[in-house]
Write a protein that binds this ligand. Sequence first.
Ligand code: FES
Length: 100
Amino acid sequence: MAPRPDTAATGADAARPARATSLTPYPDGPVVLRGPLRLVDAAGVEVGTHRRAVALCRCGHSRLGPLCDGTHRSIGFRAPGGPPQAVGPRVTVPLCAEDG
Ligand code: FES
């Protein structure tokens, strides 16, 4: 069974060898970053560290922003998905859709 894209990998995933960081937009859902990563907010404060995967909200309605909490399903969020993309050591991701 594949892991849900809106949950962070922990446990056994933490023991896997390091690999390149990738970004995967899920259809009608979050953007998932996998691999070694350091997540900081606009103020430079670390968010969601010590994880090998994080699901970032892009619907703008998560109560756990910037992390996805699954709310995208109940609001009918629609957005295209795409294949995993390798990303460099520093990437800026637009997280939330704008209203209107
Ligand atoms: S994308 Fe999942 S709550 Fe926004």
